[in-house]
Design a protein around this ligand. Structure first.
Ligand SMILES: Cc1cc2nc3c(=O)[nH]c(=O)nc-3n(C[C@H](O)[C@H](O)[C@H](O)COP(=O)(O)OP(=O)(O)OC[C@H]3O[C@@H](n4cnc5c(N)ncnc54)[C@H](O)[C@@H]3O)c2cc1C
Length: 310
């Protein structure tokens, strides 16, 4: 056992490690939990079994003054090479479900993959959730990011979120009206762990929903690369008209690279781990492109991906 692991066990205490058993691990490599497939270790990694256990764990983490970071499907996160201090929390299978709350309202667990919610809505002849079939994350991440595509986004279909407040460990429901949405973001506080969300669909014809969904998927396949190690769009679009990829292309950055961090040939806002890139390579590439775009166009590109770690 290395020195770091010994210290981690001492900090947490054997009792706690026994209490959460296989759900709590020490020194876990995060590369398997990010679509970039890179990054250092989480000091602690906790996979929440269910809501009660999550609250119990958050209580202990608070008592031990451990920093907590919540992870979804990792399709928008770059973990730094030195890893993440404290606990990285992932929601387990209990948080993965789609149900009908009412005949045109879907309630989905925060760990449910977006495409599963789209499929569930389709099976129940509910329109307006088709776009979720194109987003490779989970519902928790989609709400936080206000994810969307093709003129649709979460803000247009969300009714409310159910969450655990990390400060007082209470379960709360926040209505859509009380959330401020922006392009790829919300004002939801970082102290919340979303556990589920309700979405408004409207009754439609199943064949039409099916067609819309498959048209979106086809369109996506044509415009974006697949089967690569990426977290999608690196930078936010500036506006509907001013797309980040156009600025990158116009600034002549398309062929920039740093080590094994490259830019996708198919979509130049997609940065890619081409094999053995480090998080630092991706970050260097981000800085280089940002600087060049600013010099050429005066635009200060803002990150869409989240960079987490030390
Ligand atoms: C190939 C590809 C294509 C993509 N296309 C699109 C697209 O068309 N449109 C689009 O909007 N995005 C797109 N993305 C980006 C990404 O899929 C979305 O941002 C997605 O919603 C992130 O969800 P996630 O579960 O993976 O979140 P993560 O990447 O795991 O986390 C993202 C953020 O959400 C927070 N978070 C996650 N779960 C919770 C929770 N339960 N409670 C509180 N906070 C939470 C995390 O802490 C983090 O800050 C694409 C990504 C890839 C790889």
């Amino acid at each position: 056992m290395d020195e770091r692991t010994k210290i981690s066990i001492m900090t947490l205490g054997n009792n706690l490690i026994k209490k959460f058993n296989e759900n709590l691990k020490i020194n876990v490599n995060l590369s398997n939990y990010s679509w970039f497939n890179l990054g250092g270790n989480a000091e602690y990694f906790y996979k929440a079994k269910d809501k009660n256990q999550l609250i119990e764990f958050l209580y202990e983490a608070k008592r031990k003054k451990l920093k907590t970071t919540i992870l979804g499907a990792g399709s928008n996160i770059l973990f730094r090479d030195k890893g993440v201090k404290g606990v990285v929390i992932k929601l387990g299978n209990d948080f993965s479900y789609s149900n009908l709350f009412e005949k045109n309202i879907v309630v989905a667990g925060a760990a449910t993959l977006d495409r599963k919610v789209a499929n569930f809505a389709k099976e129940n002849s509910l329109e307006n959730l088709e776009f979720l079939s194109c987003i490779p994350g989970s519902i928790g991440g989609a709400v936080i990011m206000n994810s969307g595509c093709y003129e649709h986004d979460i803000s247009k279909v969300l009714l409310s979120v159910q969450a655990i407040d990390k400060n007082n460990l209470s379960e709360i429901e926040i209505k859509k009206e009380d959330i401020k949405f922006s392009y790829r973001g919300t004002n939801l506080p970082e102290d919340l762990i979303i556990i589920s969300a309700k979405f408004q669909g409207s009754i439609g014809k199943k064949e039409e929903i099916e067609k819309k969904q498959s048209d979106f998927i086809k369109k996506k396949k044509l415009s974006q690369p697949s089967q690569i190690k990426t977290c999608g769009s690196t930078f936010k679009n500036v506006s509907k008209k001013i797309k980040a990829w156009k600025l990158i292309k116009h600034s002549g950055c398309e062929n920039y690279k740093e080590g094994d961090a490259i830019i996708s040939e198919k979509h130049c806002n997609f940065f890619v781990n081409n094999g053995n890139a480090k998080a630092s390579d991706i970050e260097k590439l981000i800085k280089k492109v940002k600087k060049k775009v600013h010099e050429k166009t005066g635009v200060n590109l803002e990150l869409e991906i989240k960079i987490i770690g030390d």
